[in-house]
Design a protein around this ligand. Structure first.
Ligand code: MF3
Ligand code: CO
Length: 254
């Protein structure tokens, strides 16, 4: 596990700012009638204009049926993670999670947000707000001297209190020059257990909760992760540097 020195953490700031700006822009432009591919093109143009690099496009872990075909993950309604940017046309009330990572000046940042397109409904607002509160609780626990289980437990406690389904097969991860580094950051755990957190550790913290049960399925494309019971899902993620003063959210949006 690579720790970053303070200068390196400073060098990661432009990547964090860029990823935050793209997500804010996507949230502004996304509306009923747009396709997921149009959102992907919007992000791709911002990448090109900034001289950044996509870390998704062409990414091909063993589980994918094909190399990743876009620069975003766009997961709608019962899709929780890794939804492919397709020709699907957004409709009013869709729950859209957008996950975006990019490399800028040699460093990566990774972040995700979920919002409802058009008309807002109370159940969806509660699901999204709980996911964001779990992310905030996980971030608050990311301090030198604490343990990984403190982050995991903080996330899981908020999700379970909301009555949501949680599956710990997918979670957060270290971030640095590449998108996925050690250590794994589970969304369920026990306080006081696991890796001791140190200043210089940079991690993506990413709760994803399901309105129903804990189960999920994976589409034939090998990528798209859906709730097993067809319930809605939400996902929130920030890249966070653990500093002597506490957590620094590199992907904070204005
Ligand atoms: N950003 C996702 C994560 O948080 C991973 C996306 S997988 C990709 O781990 F293939 F789309 F890149
Ligand atoms: Co991530």
């Amino acid at each position: 596990m690579a720790l970053k020195n303070p200068a390196q953490i400073n060098q990661m700031r432009p990547a964090g700012k860029f990823v935050a700006g793209v997500l804010s822009s996507l949230r502004d432009v996304a509306r009923e009638g747009m396709t997921l591919k149009q959102l992907d093109s919007h992000a791709h143009q911002m990448i090109d204009a900034a001289g950044a690099h996509s870390v998704y496009l062409g990414y091909h872990p063993s589980f994918g049926a094909m190399p990743y075909p876009g620069v975003l993950c766009t997961s709608v309604n019962d899709a929780a993670l890794h939804g492919l940017p397709s020709d699907y046309v957004l409709v009013d009330g869709d729950v859209l999670s957008i996950d975006f990572a990019a490399q800028v000046q040699g460093w990566v940042a990774d972040s995700a947000l979920t919002f409802q397109v058009g008309t807002q409904s109370p159940e969806v607002t509660a699901l999204i707000e709980t996911t964001e509160r779990a992310l905030a609780a996980g971030i608050a626990a990311a301090r030198p001297g604490a343990r990984m289980g403190d982050i995991s437990s903080a996330i899981g406690t908020v999700g379970r209190a909301g009555g949501y389904g949680i599956n710990a097969d997918f979670g957060g991860h270290g971030v640095g020059r590449t998108m996925h580094e050690d250590p794994h950051v589970p969304n369920l755990g026990r306080p006081g257990t696991g890796l001791k957190l140190k200043a210089g550790l940079v991690i993506a913290i990413e709760p994803w909760f399901m309105a129903g049960g804990d189960g999920y399925t994976i589409d034939d494309d090998g990528w798209t992760i859906r709730t097993a019971d067809g319930s809605l899902a939400a996902h929130a993620e920030h890249t966070v540097a653990i500093t002597p003063d506490g957590p620094l959210v590199l992907t904070a949006r204005d």
